[in-house]
Design a protein around this ligand. Structure first.
Ligand code: SF4
Ligand code: SF4
Ligand code: SF4
Length: 265
């Protein structure tokens, strides 16, 4: 699965890079079961739902987890055969508990009997995430998940891109207000936090946002260039028309004056 010399799993990393290059965080928006679970939990009524806009700094935690728990610790702390533990999956990630340990322990009493401190610790993390997911939108995705952090690095270069047509946009701000990931797509169409969920596309009243398979934002650059060119051309045409009008007025005035002088003579 990799090289013990570099403590690195090439197959897994290669597959993740391939998925990221194709889709970016679309995986988080549509393919990941734990993202979907958090979506469902957030629909549960609660006396007060909280915004995460003022907690944006917490989003950097997931990059710390990616570097420390997913890469550095397994690379530095290895067993006798040169293998590092998957620290995040083993000690933090609640997905394994939700999708594996809980159903298995319910189905098999011997597995239930074997559950120990590690299960209790991870179950507590899961319970906390469940409660937070009811109060906040996708707290695990925003603040903790190293896989989301990894995919986010591909949002700018992935083949799947979101595009905002600056010509069509009427700057109503509906897209930013709709986005539960606190992204303003008109300011940054490839934000690290954008999970490509498509909610902004649905919200836009003038259909200025769309998703396309394309190469690194080129069409956006083109669209911006076209808008600029149109503005410049419009200014030039206006200036030309004004100059022509001025010239015509001056010519008319001269002709009238000449005619008056001739009549007087
Ligand atoms: S951030 Fe992690 S948990 Fe959330 S949807 Fe993406 S991969 Fe799944
Ligand atoms: S910017 Fe749009 S696609 Fe991205 S997360 Fe927000 S609503 Fe979803
Ligand atoms: S919703 Fe559409 S028109 Fe309104 S600001 Fe966003 S992109 Fe522009």
């Amino acid at each position: 699965m990799g090289s013990s010399k570099f403590s690195f799993s090439y197959y897994i990393t290669g597959i993740l890079i391939l998925i990221g290059t194709l889709l970016g965080r679309f995986v988080c928006g549509f393919l990941c079961p734990f993202g979907w679970v958090q979506d469902l939990l957030n629909k549960i009524p609660f006396p007060k739902k909280f915004s995460t806009k003022k907690l944006k700094w917490l989003r950097y935690v997931k990059y710390g987890i990616l570097i420390v728990m997913v890469w550095a610790l397994p690379a530095l702390l290895q067993n006798a055969v040169g293998m590092g533990d998957p620290y995040f999956c083993k000690y933090v990630c609640p997905q394994g508990i939700l999708e594996g340990a809980i159903p298995l322990s319910l189905a098999d009493s011997s597995i239930k009997a074997a559950l120990g401190t590690l299960f209790t610790m991870k179950f507590s993390i899961l319970a906390t995430i469940v409660l937070l997911s009811i109060m906040f939108y996708r707290p695990f995705c925003k603040w903790i998940c190293p896989l989301g952090a990894f995919y986010s690095l591909f949002n700018r270069i992935s083949i799947l891109q979101y595009r905002v047509d600056k010509d069509a946009c009427i700057k109503c701000g509906k897209c930013a207000r709709t986005c539960k990931m606190d992204v303003d797509i008109t300011k940054n169409n490839a934000s690290l936090e954008c999970i490509r969920c498509g909610e902004c596309i649905k919200a836009c009243p003038v259909h200025a946002i769309d998703s396309k398979l394309m190469l690194i934002n080129r069409e956006i650059a083109k669209s911006e260039k076209v808008a600029k060119a149109k503005t410049t051309a419009g200014t030039k045409v206006a200036a030309g028309t004004k100059a022509a009008t001025n010239a015509k007025t001056a010519a008319d005035t001269t002709a009238k004056t000449t005619a008056k002088v001739v009549r007087h003579k």
